[in-house]
Design a protein around this ligand. Structure first.
Ligand SMILES: *[C@@H]1O[C@H](CO)[C@@H](O)[C@H](O)[C@H]1NC(C)=O
Ligand SMILES: *[C@@H]1O[C@H](CO)[C@@H](O)[C@H](O)[C@H]1NC(C)=O
Ligand SMILES: *[C@@H]1O[C@H](CO)[C@@H](O)[C@H](O)[C@H]1NC(C)=O
Ligand SMILES: *[C@@H]1O[C@H](CO)[C@@H](O)[C@H](O)[C@H]1NC(C)=O
Ligand SMILES: *[C@@H]1O[C@H](CO)[C@@H](O)[C@H](O)[C@H]1NC(C)=O
Ligand SMILES: *[C@@H]1O[C@H](CO)[C@@H](O)[C@H](O)[C@H]1NC(C)=O
Ligand SMILES: *[C@@H]1O[C@H](CO)[C@@H](O)[C@H](O)[C@H]1NC(C)=O
Ligand SMILES: *[C@@H]1O[C@H](CO)[C@@H](O)[C@H](O)[C@H]1NC(C)=O
Ligand SMILES: *[C@@H]1O[C@H](CO)[C@@H](O)[C@H](O)[C@H]1NC(C)=O
Ligand SMILES: *[C@@H]1O[C@H](CO)[C@@H](O)[C@H](O)[C@H]1NC(C)=O
Ligand SMILES: *[C@@H]1O[C@H](CO)[C@@H](O)[C@H](O)[C@H]1NC(C)=O
Ligand SMILES: *[C@@H]1O[C@H](CO)[C@@H](O)[C@H](O)[C@H]1NC(C)=O
Length: 804
């Protein structure tokens, strides 16, 4: 029965809410000219517009042509202008109008005809002297909302609308100076809203009628209304006359004594629900005996309650509320510091103390809240999660606990939650991963949004009934393991830190229906491909797909939606990657290696390079050659180890000397008796244009020492490597060269030597190189002639002639 009643009530509220504001549909064409300092309705408006907002302008007059062309108009908002005059036929073309707001203007007299489809008409807060306008509203049978206001309220005027079955009547009583008894009673409305009642004379009569007009009554802006002026008898008369079940009061200041008196009176009235928004409690707060018997009261809400005088015994206020035998108590945004534990078994089922300054000693060791199902302590000053858990220990019916927006902390203390808790909201509490040590076990829904959780430790987390988990805005780098939550149906891990969502890790969540992983910094590499496939396959499962799933890395595709990110399978699948990329590379390398091995490509390249270089050098130093010293008797001096003599005598010498008329100084052959070997060698070198050394390990070990001396004496020559030809007969390992032979080491490192190839096929290139190295274009100029024609310039044979 009760639940049916609540359902009906809820639906009434919904309908009431829907007429208060214009219902704007998606296909409406809206023209919003609010706050534009307009003095006239704009001309040439699009004829098809359905919603026209002209509020907060300076329009003074409405004429028929203003809206004449707007035949599709449904909603017209003209509030907060300076309108004083309106044509009688101003709305005659707008037959589809359902909503007209003319409130807060300066209209004194309305004779216009309103379209008969109107649902909402607001002409309150104007300068009407009477409500005679109602005479013209009799045909508005669809009217649901009527806003009125006049200085004189007469029953005879209101009788013109008494046949309308209204949902809400709003009457602005500002400036009221005459109220005829029982006028309001003629109205048939589910909800009556009276505002700005300041006329002290009429207060009683207006309220006396108001409470018998509709079951839902709202009284707002009663700041100047001193209820103290109405006698206690008056209050009780009003309340006796009341059939109101839902009373809302907004923006009022009222002394403590009156508030308690009114509460006491209404406690045994028909009232079921009392909502008070923005109340300032005046006067001194002292204890007043309160009797809670026989009430139909179920719900009380205080929002934004403030106290004028701060020095008082707070427990007086707490006690008034904590002992109430109602189901719902809400005290929000009111700086509440504490609440007493009810002394008797309490009827509270729903307590909401959000946005106050409650500390975590609230309801500690309180065992009278046996029926409490919902407890909201969001936005308070709770500190210890373990203490909060102990608070719930004696609440055997607690189903939903909201402790979000508290600066909570958990450090290893024991937690004792009420086992009945099914829904827990710990959003925005700065809790770390350790929170999983302290959670009620029977949860079905857990909100841990906007905390500081880095991972979900499966070893300590076991929530067998959890169906709905919100971990958005944390620091998770991985999806949680579902073994801890076997019944999980929806999970939110949006706005965390994971780079590669892998739905694989959710494979234990067999019941999972929806997951939100949006706004994570996705790294768009191969790892993400599986997820993209999954996302495209079942987009409904991934909340926010595809818009919230965007690549963060690599930088060049930052901002690209995962849906649009494409990486060919080849790059990611090892089984494709190996045959397609790795195999050809390996084959290519092998091929290159074989070719080199077979044809000795590097050798040819090296020698070819040398040949080119020598050729270039020859070109440059052609003149240098012509500047040979006259006393050169040989083209080249040749030196070699005795052990390589056979190669020199049988292979090298015949070949060189057969080239052309090349004369070689061989220290054995051209030996001058009476001189030492070294002297002979030096002599030979000095009489030769070039020096050829046949290098081999033998040579290095036995002969090099002879030339060290020479090099030491003749720096000039030694530095001119152009005159030096090194033939590497056999490779010389670096370790064979004694470390004191710096020069040889340097020469070997420069790799300016000619290598004698073992293979016959390469010999011709070797000879060509050697010939070039001797750097004499033998076919063109004979030594003799060049020697004779050369300018005698012995000093600078190494210096190119251009510089001379
Ligand atoms: C017109 O714009 C104002 C703000 O400029 C807004 O408050 C109002 O709701 C808008 N009207 C409609 C009908 O959307
Ligand atoms: C209404 O429309 C007619 C033509 O359709 C145009 O001549 C006239 O100026 C319009 N009136 C207004 C007030 O826009
Ligand atoms: C108004 O709507 C009609 C069809 O509904 C269309 O033909 C016409 O172009 C519209 N006019 C404007 C100004 O958008
Ligand atoms: C309102 O206008 C009507 C006709 O235009 C006129 O008869 C009546 O006296 C006016 N009432 C006031 C209060 O101006
Ligand atoms: C008031 O309106 C309701 C419907 O909203 C109707 O059932 C009831 O009979 C009306 N009361 C009077 C006195 O007209
Ligand atoms: C209005 O009602 C009050 C008491 O209910 C009475 O004293 C007063 O005379 C009445 N006024 C008129 C004009 O009927
Ligand atoms: C309340 O109003 C109804 C008509 O709506 C009337 O019959 C009844 O007598 C009024 N109650 C009181 C106490 O005036
Ligand atoms: C609260 O009510 C007072 C009058 O008691 C009023 O002056 C003030 O504007 C109201 N505050 C809000 C936010 O409505
Ligand atoms: C409560 O109401 C009943 C009738 O509904 C009445 O008999 C009883 O005396 C009332 N008790 C108190 C304390 O008002
Ligand atoms: C108490 O509050 C709950 C939650 O808002 C609501 O569902 C219920 O209808 C309220 N009960 C009463 C009697 O207002
Ligand atoms: C507590 O309950 C007992 C009996 O149920 C009753 O006598 C007593 O008055 C109650 N106390 C309060 C403060 O309501
Ligand atoms: C946990 O919830 C289940 C229903 O899902 C319920 O049957 C069970 O009694 C609850 N356990 C406790 C200790 O409340």
């Amino acid at each position: 029965m009760a639940s049916i009643f609540i359902l009906i009530l809820a639906s009434v509220f919904m309908r009431v809410l829907s007429v208060k504001h214009p219902v704007i549909e998606t296909d409406d064409i809206i023209a919003n000219y609010s706050y534009n300092s307009l003095t006239n309705v704009p001309k040439n408006l699009n004829q098809n517009i359905t919603v026209l907002d002209l509020s907060h302008n300076n329009i003074q007059k409405l004429v028929t042509s203003d809206f004449g062309n707007l035949t599709a108009l449904k909603v017209l908002i003209l509030s907060h202008n300076q309108i004083t005059e309106m044509d009688t036929t101003v709305f005659e073309s707008n037959i589809h109008l359902t909503y007209i707001d003319l409130s807060s203007n300066r209209i004194e007299n309305i004779s216009s005809t309103f379209p008969s489809l109107l649902h909402h008409l607001d002409i309150s807060s104007n300068k009407l002297s009477t409500l005679s306008v109602c005479r013209g509203l009799t045909h508005l049978l669809r009217l649901e909302y009527l806003g009125l206001g006049a200085t004189k309220i007469l029953r005879s005027d209101l009788e013109f609308v008494s046949h309308l079955q209204l949902q809400e009547v709003f009457i602005d009583l500002d400036g009221l100076n005459e109220y005829e008894n029982s006028s309001l009673l003629v109205l048939n409305t589910s909800r009556l809203h009276l505002s700005s009642l300041s006329n002290k004379k009429s207060v009683f009569h207006v309220l006396f009628d108001a409470v018998n007009t509709s079951k839902i009554l709202e009284l707002s802006n009663f700041a100047e209304w001193e209820i103290g002026k109405v006698s206690v008898d008056g209050i009780s008369a009003i309340i006796k006359n009341s059939r109101v079940t839902h009373l809302t009061m907004k923006n009022l200041g009222i002394p403590w004594i009156n508030i308690v008196q009114i509460l006491q009176q209404i406690w045994s009235s028909t009232l079921e629900s009392l909502h008070i928004h923005n109340i300032t409690i005046q006067g001194i707060i002292f204890e007043i005996k309160f009797s809670y018997f026989n009430t139909s009261m179920r719900e009380i809400l205080f929002d934004h309650a403030t106290v004028k005088f701060f020095i008082f015994d707070q427990s007086i206020v707490y006690k008034l509320f904590s002992e109430m035998n109602i189901k719902n108590l809400t005290i929000t945004n009111s700086n509440l510091l504490f609440m007493l534990c009810p002394s008797n078994s309490s009827t509270f089922e729903y307590l909401d103390f959000s946005n106050n300054a409650v500390l975590d000693d609230i309801f500690q060791d309180c065992s009278t809240l046996k029926k409490l199902k919902t407890l909201k302590l969001a936005g308070n000053k709770l500190q210890k999660l373990s203490k909060v858990s102990r608070m719930t220990k004696n609440m055997p019916s607690l189903h939903y606990l909201d402790i979000s927006r508290n600066l909570l902390d958990y450090t290893k203390e024991d937690c004792h939650w009420s086992p009945s808790i099914r829904l827990l909201n710990i959003k925005s509490c700065s809790l770390s991963t350790s929170v999983f040590h302290c959670l009620p076990k029977n949860l079905t829904k857990l909100n841990l949004r906007k905390n500081d959780i880095a991972h979900v430790p499966p070893e300590i987390t076991h929530l067998p009934n959890l169906e709905n988990l919100d971990l958005g805005y944390n620091r998770l780098s991985d999806l949680p393991d579902c073994t801890s939550f076997p019944r999980l149906m929806t999970i939110n891990v949006a706005n965390n830190q994971f780079p590669y969502p892998s739905p694989e890790s959710l494979k234990n969540c067999s019941r999972l229906k929806e997951i939100n992983m949006g706004n994570n910094p996705f790294h768009c590499y191969c790892e993400v491909k599986i997820f993209i496939k999954e996302g495209n396959k079942s987009p409904g499962k991934f909340i926010g797909w595809p818009d919230d799933y965007v690549c963060e890395r690599p930088d060049d595709i930052k901002g690209v939606k995962l849906k649009d990110f494409y990486l060919p399978d080849m790059y990611c699948n090892v089984f494709i990657l190996v045959p397609v990329i790795v195999v050809p590379i390996i084959v290519g390398l092998l091929l290159a290696f074989c070719l080199c091995k077979y044809f000795d490509v590097p050798w040819f390249l090296k020698m070819g390079g040398q040949w080119v270089r020598t050729k270039q050098r020859t070109k440059h130093s052609k003149n240098g050659y012509q500047e040979l010293r006259r006393d050169f008797s040989f083209h080249a001096f040749i030196s070699y180890s005795e052990k390589d003599a056979s190669w020199v005598k049988h292979t090298l010498l015949p070949r060189i000397e057969s080239m052309n008329d090349v004369r070689i100084c061989q220290h054995e052959r051209n030996f001058t008796p009476g001189k030492s070997i070294v002297e002979n060698i030096i002599n030979c070198i000095e009489n030769s244009y070039k020096s050829i050394f046949v290098l081999s390990p033998n040579f290095v070990q036995s002969e090099w020492c002879h030339y060290e001396l020479y090099f030491a004496h003749h720096k000039l020559y030694s530095e001119n490597t152009d005159n030096l030809i090194l033939i590497l007969l056999e490779p010389i390992p670096q370790y064979l060269i004694p470390s004191r032979y710096f020069k040889l080491k340097a020469l070997m490192q420069q790799r300016t030597y000619l290598e004698w190839p073992k293979e016959k096929s390469k010999h011709s290139l070797f000879w060509a190189n050697l010939r070039a190295a001797i750097s004499i274009n033998l076919s063109e100029s004979q030594l003799e002639s060049s020697v004779s024609s050369s300018v005698s310039n012995s000093v600078s044979s190494s210096i190119p002639s251009e510089n001379v």
